[in-house]
Design a protein. Sequence first.
Length: 288
Amino acid sequence: MLTGVKRTHTKLIEVSKESSRDKIMIGVFRRNTVKGDTHSHHYDTFEVPVKRWTTVLDTLLYVKEHLDPSISIRYSCRMASCGSCGMKINGTPRLACFTRVSELEGDKITCTPLSNFPHIRDLVTDFFYFFEHHRNMKPYIHNEYADIKQRGAEIIPSKDIDDANTKLLREFKQTPEDVERYSQFSYCIKCGLCYSACPTAGEDLKYPGPQALAQMYRYVADTRDNALKERLDIVDNRHGVWRCHFPASCSVVCPKGVDPALGIQLLKSYLLGKSKRKEKKIAELFDR
């Protein structure tokens, strides 16, 4: 019977052997939906040389460059910032450029397109509805300065605007605590992994999804925004925030630690009246 130390040592040896392999088999989902092939699909398998630092995206690009140029993939930055290379790797939504081959178990990697997205071709999916849900959340700060009591309101003439008397916008104060309430949710790169992992998104096409709802909370929690009621009305319906049953699979796959499941629960707390937003504070302006 192995002791804890021996088990750890054995595990390290297995990991060392796994990371020292110089070749890997990779299976790629193949189907061209835009050409009418909506039912049948198959997998093409390739043997690819790997190093310890090789990512799944590297293996796919090797296949495309040397073995089969017809494979369709989407990628851009190759540093987990753009979110373009999202796909299911061995059944789990991941970023291909952020997943090293040495991290994966087994002698074969299987790459399939993200679930819950309309399929286009091979590993490429359509993000149109995903971005529509995001756009419906109005992902920008509503800051109508007219409702703010300005001390000694300043008027300036403007040649670019028809109204010559245009009020200057004010700068708002935010404490580190104010920023901390939403900063985590501003790290989203819109990769779609959380949407793919969400069981509700696969059943209800009108459900905004974890990405959109987490971004809604990001602006609800921002003290500079003044459209709280309008925002809550957008998600307070049968297809909105209440459709989340908190499986938290979205937070498990998020590569940036955004934790969309947390954002959704915090958004519910606003609707239940358990959370309140702090009042906006106008910063003092100084001549420079």
